[in-house]
Ligand binder design. Structure first.
Ligand code: PLP
Length: 340
């Protein structure tokens, strides 16, 4: 790893950019081979979203950006402050505590041509609900046929299924059709590099010529913002991605984390079942990633905080990653008491 503390170029560490693009797009990506993908080191996922949004606000003809309802709380502010105008598409169905797939397709189908659509690549925050691959294919078709521009937020690659490749399938499906898209990539969660602020913005273009122009314009966005990105996190990521031993260790640890989260979901579901708690709680095991939308309402959430000192966001979202075998029974007791 480099101990160099000099400036990086505006677009960051070249090795890091190359390896990050391969991680999300795949080893044999045509977009990479054809030099149609521009990757630029940015300040983690948030910085990548912001740089992408500033670039789009300046150069994309359509300034409307659609985000899922609900979505990560920071999305609307990031896009609004960049000068885009935020609209929502239906995503969560409170009845099924699953995906409102029909509503999503209907809203995307009604979006104006050229509108930008934010899609979370996997482990949707805050709901934990991801489309199936078949549903992704329908989404892709509607996005392409309406001429919408997909902007993927890829904050949890490897964290959902435990496989970096499986979690990248939604993005790769869109890239494989040869169309344009943007991808904001974060190494905060999957490498535990939260405070290093390390991520990347990849813009997949339709030709090498367009990619070259896009790159020069993104550099003009970054220069007056923070000039160049920090070096240390990029160097850590690049070191791991290019060393086969370290890479293997990383994937094993990543799978360990994802499997533990999945096992917590099962333990919580079984504990709730064992208490004969009213209602269908299968959404807890159907959802994926760090978060679960429990379906608890604000009144129940406030009651659990007061009576059990168990705290969660008022929309009923919990972090499954923070549960352990020891705390699952306490949570199941509290949920049971809150709904009965
Ligand atoms: N996108 C989503 C969906 C997130 O949940 C988060 C963090 O919680 C981020 C992006 C940004 O994270 P970071 O800027 O730390 O990479």
């Amino acid at each position: 790893m480099s101990s160099d503390k000099g400036y990086l170029p505006i677009d960051g560490l070249a090795d890091f950019n190359k390896l990050s693009a391969k991680l999300i797009l795949g080893e044999d990506s045509h977009a990479v081979e054809e030099n149609r993908a521009v990757t630029i080191q940015c300040l983690s996922g948030t910085g990548s979203l912001r740089v992408g949004a500033e670039f789009l606000a300046k150069h994309h003809p359509q300034s409307v950006i659609y985000v899922p309802n609900p979505t990560w709380g920071n999305h609307p502010s990031i896009f609004t402050l960049a000068g885009l105008s935020v609209e929502y598409f239906r995503y969560y169905d409170p009845q099924t505590r699953g995906l409102d797939f029909e509503g999503m397709l209907e809203d995307l189908g009604a979006a104006p041509s050229g509108a930008i659509v934010v899609l979370q690549a996997c482990a949707h925050n805050p709901t934990g609900i991801d489309p199936t691959l078949e549903q992704w294919e329908h989404i892709r078709q509607i996005v392409r046929s309406k001429g919408l521009l997909p902007f993927f937020d890829n904050a949890y690659q490897g964290f959902a299924s435990g496989s970096l490749d499986s979690d990248a399938q939604s993005v790769r499906m869109f890239v494989a059709d040869g169309g344009e898209c943007l991808i904001a990539q974060s190494f905060a969660k999957n490498m535990g590099l939260y405070g290093e602020r390390i991520g990347a913005l990849t813009i997949v273009c339709t030709s090498q010529d367009v990619a070259r122009k896009v790159q020069s314009q993104v550099l003009l966005v970054i220069r007056p913002m923070y000039l160049t990105p920090p070096i240390h996190g990029a160097s850590v990521v690049a070191t791991i991605l290019k060393n086969s031993e370290m890479y293997k260790d990383w994937t094993i640890e990543l799978k360990g984390m994802a499997d533990r989260i999945i096992s917590m979901r099962h333990q919580l579901y079984e504990a709730i079942q064992a208490r004969d708690t009213p209602g269908d709680w299968s959404h807890i095991i159907k959802q994926i990633g760090m978060f679960s939308f429990t379906g608890l309402n604000e009144k129940q959430v406030r009651w659990m905080a007061k009576e059990y000192h168990i705290y969660m966001t008022y929309d009923g979202r919990i972090s499954i990653a923070s549960l352990s075998s020891k705390t699952v029974p306490q949570l199941a007791d509290a949920i049971h008491a809150a709904v009965t």
